[in-house]
Design a protein around this ligand. Sequence first.
Ligand code: 13P
Length: 255
Amino acid sequence: MSRTPLISGNWKMHLNHLEAIQLCQKLSYELARHRYDQVEVSLHPPFIDLRSCQTVIDADRLEFKLGAQNCHDQSKGAYTGEVSPSMLAKLDVSYVIVGHSERRALFNETDEFIAAKAAAVAKAGMTPIVCVGETLEERESGQAAAVVTTQLRGSLAKLTRASFETLVVAYEPVWAIGTGRNASPEDAQDMCATARNVIDDIRRGTGEHVRIQYGGSVKPANAHELLRQPDIDGALVGGASLDAVQFARIVHAAT
Ligand code: 13P
């Protein structure tokens, strides 16, 4: 089964809309000779930058996919400060990150809420990138696989079978995020293989279709080793995605 790798840049709470336009343009220059049939690329700017990035992508016919970092599970209503999946779909957003560990830890998002968001994203015609990953304490106490299994069972609970065909899961060990300390390629492969088995157990026969990204201090220097692992189908990149040259090198490492 060949799965096209997906390299996603999670810009987190960085760049205003003018800076976002600049980064799109720099990336288009760096990736000008890139073959998008071999590696897919998605960019996940802050909400307020989406319209600007969409306009650049559209006008310059760039082949990046637009992504969001979060959304609400309801399509409209009295949810001050929130953004709905249908609003994102209207902006040509293709991928929505849900359940990032920062949202789980800082905004108390539960597996149940994440499951509702993932289902709402899929229902609106986009693909959820569902994030899972253990803390350092959980890893050191031998709980990593159990934690990720519980997160997957909870967070994927409301997705239809058809949604599993296009689903993306990101394994991001919390201790590797923004620390400069990535999981070893072997450990990352082990956990991604475990995740694939769990996914297949949830919906038989879908494990081989689901793309599983690794995230956590992915840099040009470690991208190749991580991306050549059989169960790692791409990367969810934080810090290095803010630098066009570094991000492009990670994209190239996937080919
Ligand atoms: P870093 O690449 O900065 O470690 O961030 C990873 C991440 O959280 C991507 O979602």
